[in-house]
Design a protein around this ligand. Structure first.
Ligand code: M6R
Length: 355
């Protein structure tokens, strides 16, 4: 059941500390301070020169985040929307590792891409929540995200668990196990719990609920989080929401910005990234848009933001997991105020088994 929560979505948002703890259990070993993914066979570890990731929807955004971590570790990685992954137009070399990311393991578009990769002779890896699912069975290897059953159509805890799993895979493939990263992984459940305990997203939702549209902007690792935040918002509120790379706003979307379009800005990262994102924030503020800044305590957002949703500091690779929790809560409370059927949005199914 819903264990006292009004919706499965809220229950699953609150289950994230536990889901993440499950995901790292036995993989991040506290004593040795090392990371071990026994499901990744030696052939996958050593034979990989480049990585292609395939998936849909929320899983695609988790992959975009994972791909940027792989690239930062020096492994060329490219995310593809599974329905656009076509062996005729995309080079699949034998030393390419193709990673299918799918919560259910049954998404038809993702299975189609996976089968194309298998036919082309690539090594394939499933990152999935469901043991024995089609994706798990049809890949050379499977790494489970261990999020537990997810009932709500809107993916929440599975996204966090995918992010954590992909961050671990990136670190293993790159053979880089920095102690600060491993320590931050261990502490992540308590950081997520802190966000859940202190979030003012419900109050912010009350302030911005009557809007024409919602825009989400972020840079680097926060760009996929902006896209995911907008997807969650549109999926469960039925309101128009779009995510953009913060730097892209001035190349067109700025024309849409008015006092009736709140802009949710993910303002985290290095000083340079924060400065440039604040530049975007000032541009929208000058057009009268209400600004919600999602940030860590160190970023100087106070003078420009109307509302602040803060997350604790952690390793830079894991901050996007925390900021996303704030966006999940913002979408949830906005949809709740609008009286939407949150767990079963119109026109959508939990698992999309048609192409
Ligand atoms: O089961 P999958 O991860 O393959 O599902 C992919 C998408 O259909 C899914 O993430 C969808 O976008 C969610 N409803 C988003 O909340």
């Amino acid at each position: 059941g819903k264990s006292g929560y009004d919706h499965y979505m809220l229950k699953e948002i609150y289950e994230q500390p536990r889901a993440v703890r499950q995901c790292t259990r036995g993989r991040v070993t506290e004593m040795a301070g090392s990371l071990e993914l026994s499901e990744l066979p030696a052939s996958v570890r050593s034979g990989t020169d480049r990585v292609q990731l395939v998936g849909c929807g929320t899983s695609f955004y988790a992959m975009q985040y994972g791909a940027s971590l792989l690239c930062e570790h020096g492994i060329p990685a490219q995310p593809f929307v599974a329905s656009e992954y076509d062996a005729d137009s995309i080079p699949i070399e034998p030393d390419t590792l193709v990673v299918a990311v799918t919560q259910s393991g049954e998404t038809a578009d993702t299975l189609g891409a996976l089968r194309a990769a298998n036919r082309a002779g690539a090594t394939t890896l499933a990152v999935t929540n469901v043991v024995g699912s089609s994706a798990a069975r049809e890949c050379d290897a499977a790494v489970y995200i261990r999020a537990g059953p997810e009932i709500s159509v809107a993916a929440t805890k599975s996204f966090a668990s995918q992010q954590v799993t992909l961050a671990m895979i990136a670190s293993v493939l790159a053979e880089r196990q920095s102690q600060p990263f491993l320590g931050a992984l261990r502490d992540l459940p308590s950081r997520i719990q802190h966000v859940l305990d202190t979030s003012s997203a419900r109050h912010v939702a009350e302030e911005i609920v009557d809007a024409d549209a919602y825009f989400f902007v972020g840079r680097r690792y926060q760009y996929p989080v902006a896209l995911e935040g907008a997807l969650k918002m549109k999926e469960i509120t039925y309101e128009h929401a779009e995510g953009f790379a913060a730097g892209e706003l001035k190349h067109g979307p700025l024309a849409l910005v008015t006092p009736r379009t709140p802009v949710v800005a993910l303002v985290t990262g290095s000083e340079d990234v924060v400065d440039r994102t604040l530049g975007t924030v000032r541009e929208v503020e000058a057009r009268g848009a209400p600004v919600v800044a999602v940030t860590t305590s160190s970023a100087p957002v106070e003078p420009v933001a109307d509302y602040v949703l803060e997350v604790p500091e952690t390793h830079r690779h894991l901050v996007p997991i925390l900021t996303n929790v704030q966006l999940q809560l913002l979408a949830y409370w906005t949809a709740d105020l609008l009286g939407r059927p949150i767990d079963k949005p119109r026109n959508l199914a939990k698992s999309v088994t048609v192409e």
